[in-house]
Structure formats: C-alpha cells, structure tokens
Design a protein around this ligand. Structure first.
Ligand code: NAD
Length: 441
C-alpha cells in the first residue's frame, strides 16, 4: 500500500484517485476548486461518470480516500504524486502547460521525503524532462524526486471501467527506481504494463489518440463520398469490420469528434511537428475533415429550409458523447449558436448535459431566437418543425420512428449519429437525413 496524492480532480485525476483507493492505496485528492472539494467530501461527484460516486462514497467511509485544497499536507509525505490537471489548447494549437507548472512548483516547495511525480496529463514530448528539471530547480528539502510519464487512456462515459480494466498501462521512466515503484503501485490492478522511456510514453498518448481521430475522420470522409456515389457508409463499415487489420471499432460515421482530447491532441501533435520542422499531413487532414463535418447537417438543413426564423427546432443531445455531462468541443456548441443566430426557437433535451449547456446559453431569448430546456424527448419534439440529433444517448435511441411523425408539426429529422435505419424512418413517414446514407424523403 502506498501513500498517493493526486493533483486535479477532473475526469482523469478523480477517477485515478478513486481507483487507486479501490485497489488498496491511501489516497488524497487535491484540487484548487473549494466547491468541488466540499462536494466530494459530502460524497457527491462533481462529474457524471458511471459507478464513480458509489466508489467515492465507499472508499471515503473506509478512510481510503480524502479530498483537500491543502496541497502541502497532501504532498509532503506522499510516496507518489500523480498530476491530472488540464493541458488545454492555446490559440496556436499548443498545449497550455501553466497548470502543470503550478503543481510542479507546489511539489518542489512541499515534499519532505523521496517521491515519484507521475504525469498523467497529456503533455508534449519532452515536457516531463522539463518538469523534472523545474522541480529540482525549486526543491526546498534534500529529497530524491523523479518524474515518470503515465498517460491516461480512459474514455469519458466509461472512465471507471476503463481504469480498472485498462487494456494496457503505459509507464515511461528513466530509472529502475521509478520503474519499480510505478510497477508496484499498479501491481494490484493486475493489468498489462508496457514500460518504455519517458518520451516514448508521452508520444504513445498522442499517437494513439490521433490515430483514433484519424480513423473517425477517414470514415466521415468516406461517408461524404458514399452519399455522392449512392453507397451506404454503414454497409461499407460492416464489410470493412471483418478485416482484423482494420478492426470493428471506430467505424461509425457521424458529425465528427469532440470532447476534451481528440480535438486538442490532434492540434497539439500538429503543432509539435511544425515546431520540429515536419508537416504531419495525415493528422492535419483529420483536423480539416472534422472541422467541416461538425456543421454538415446544419448546412444540409439550411439548403432544405428557406429559413430557421420562428421555427421550433428540437435538439436531441448536447454532450459530445453519451454517458458524460461534458460539452467540450461538442457539435451542439457549434450548431446551436448558428440556429439561434438564424432565429430558431430551440427546445433542447439531454439526459446529463443541460445544466452545463445552460451556463453557456441560459434559458430564454438568445441572439435572434430562443432556447428552452425540456426533460424528455417527447417535449422537445412536440410541434417541432425540424429535429437535430447530436448525441446518441440511450434515452434518445429509444424513441420509435413513429413518435417523430406523431409529435412533430413537420417530421423532418437530421441525425448526426445514424441512429435509425433509413427504411424505418421512411416507413414511419419521416423525412430523414443522416450521414453517408441516402435520405428518406
Ligand atoms: P479537467 O479539466 O476535468 O480537470 C482538471 C482539474 O485540475 C480541475 O478540477 C482543476 O480545478 C484542477 N486543478 C487546476 N490546477 C490545479 C492545481 N494547481 N492543483 C490541483 N488541482 C488543480 O481535466 P481532465 O479532463 O481530467 O484532463 C486532465 C488531463 O488528462 C489533460 O491533460 C487531458 O488531456 C488528459 N486526459 C483527459 C482525458 C479525458 O477523457 N478527459 C482522457 C485522457 C487524458
């Protein structure tokens, strides 16, 4: 059992902290956000993730995990400090490392015993060398401190499961001491560990995420061509999926990738390449395709309708994917403002993202239109002139095609997630437009 501190209680830090506690370590989670800390102390998760709250409560009661804003007390006698603070995108595409630097400085000023600092945040290759140097430069006490890379591969929506049953754990270290300590910390998880050097670990994270982003953009590119040549992208994907070299996952065409990782990590790797005098053409293509894909349905609908002005528009799904309340880079954030600017009266439904979306677009008049949040699909569809589906939540997928016909004033649906079979919508009398498939008219 190790004494572990975790800096940052977002999707990565909190889930890591709770899972470390669950396998038997003693954990203190640190955040600068006092509101978050008091919420967590009262057993409430500040983020929406399956099983998270239950594990937080169980381990808090068992005394295995605590939450604090007092980083000094958490860091001073930790065996390992995991950093999970944000590395958001800056305007030039590079990663903002200021949160990492703040934590590094806090660590150097507070640790009182030998300690391994483990960077879980996604950082440009070479960052951990700099973090180690930075900590040594400001170190107050005479202790041994090293930095290891341990990039995180969890997917939001299944973060706890992905951590406890990870396909692999990547550890990047520069000494036997660091490698052994990190291996021991992960030993109770009983999962495959890939031990590499620090820079390879940092690069593996970007290479993996950008490959997945590329796969999505490739399928979206193929989908757009399918529409033009009369092929069906779902049939094409099915045929492709039997080839083990391709695999069956990430072949769904849609309105592009969002979230806090793929958009930021593609731009960051493109930036790293440019800094090194190299043009990463494949990743650049993934970024370009994604940019256009996000508003594809809006553009299609704009051609079909004379105006959105005064129309009742049902929006189903606001989050960037199901199973999360996260809106970062969600398609809704690009399309809703466009609809509002053109006078649409939006009725939006999302099982978990409404509260966050209302912080950006409060209920009521907005631009030339308005937005109202409703608590189920039926309320959104009732009397609507057009419907946009942005997220494939189970609650939305459960809506029968007949419901659109029954409740909407004009059953006109733009589905960014290819939820329905075209034939079923056709049979139900719904005009249906999706991605990479013929429309039902
Ligand atoms: P997040 O924004 O949800 O959480 C970051 C947290 O760090 C916030 O709660 C913030 O208050 C806290 N924080 C900021 N400064 C701090 C400090 N000095 N001390 C303690 N806490 C501090 O971020 P996230 O989505 O968990 O992502 C964190 C990192 O992990 C990023 O680099 C991201 O790219 C990477 N990552 C994210 C995911 C994901 O699915 N979200 C997956 C893999 C990797």
């Amino acid at each position: 059992m190790y004494n572990i501190a975790v800096a940052g209680t977002g999707y990565v830090g909190l889930v890591a902290g709770v899972c470390f506690a669950e396998v038997g370590h003693q954990v203190t989670c640190v955040d600068i956000d006092e509101k978050k800390v008091s919420l967590m102390k009262s057993g409430v998760s500040p983020i929406y993730e399956a099983d998270l709250e239950e594990l937080m409560q169980k381990n808090y009661v068992a005394g295995k995990i605590d939450y604090t804003t007092d980083y000094k007390s958490a860091y001073k006698d930790a065996d390992a400090i995991f950093i999970g603070v944000g590395t958001p995108e800056q305007t030039d595409g590079s990663a903002n490392l200021s949160y990492i630097a703040t934590v590094a400085r806090q660590i150097s000023e507070t640790i009182e015993k030998d300690c391994l600092v483990v960077v879980k945040s996604t950082v440009p290759v070479g960052t951990n060398d700099k973090v180690e140097q930075f900590i040594h430069d400001f170190l107050v006490n005479d202790v041994k401190v090293e930095v290891a890379s341990n990039p995180e591969f969890l997917a939001q929506g299944s973060a706890v499961h992905d951590t406890l049953h990870a396909e692999r754990i990547i550890i990047g270290t520069e000494s036997k001491w660091a490698e052994e300590l990190l291996m021991n910390i992960y030993d109770p998880f009983n999962l495959p560990i890939v031990s590499v050097n620090r820079r390879s670990a940092e690069m593996t994270k970007y290479a993996s995420n950008d490959f997945l982003a590329l796969k999505i953009s490739y399928m979206n590119d193929i989908a757009n061509l399918c529409e033009l040549v009369g092929a069906d992208v779902q049939e094409v994907a099915k045929g492709m999926s039997f080839d083990e070299r391709i695999g069956s996952k990430f072949l769904n065409a849609g309105i592009g990738f969002g979230g806090s990782c793929f958009p930021k990590d593609t731009k960051a790797l493109d930036y790293i390449a440019r800094q090194n005098g190299y043009e990463l053409r494949t990743v650049k293509a993934a970024i370009d395709v994604n940019k256009d894909q996000k508003t594809l349905l809006y553009k299609k609908a704009s051609k079909r309708l004379i105006t959105f002005n005064g129309l009742k528009v049902a929006v189903l799904g606001l989050t960037f994917k199901p199973g999360t309340d996260d809106l970062r880079e969600a398609a809704s954030l690009e399309n809703v403002p466009l609809l509002l600017e053109h006078g649409a009266n939006i009725y939006a439904y999302d099982p978990a993202g409404t509260e966050n979306f209302a912080k950006v677009h409060p209920e009521g008049k907005d631009s030339k239109g308005s937005i109202t949040y409703v608590s189920n699909v039926e309320q959104a569809l009732n009397g609507a002139n057009v419907c946009f589906i942005f997220t494939e939540w189970g609650e939305i997928k459960a809506t029968n095609p007949e419901i659109f016909k029954e409740l909407m004033r004009t059953p006109l649906v733009y589905d960014g997630r290819n939820i329905y079979r075209v034939e079923d919508m056709q049979k139900a009398g719904v005009e249906y437009h999706s991605i990479g498939r013929k429309p039902a008219i």
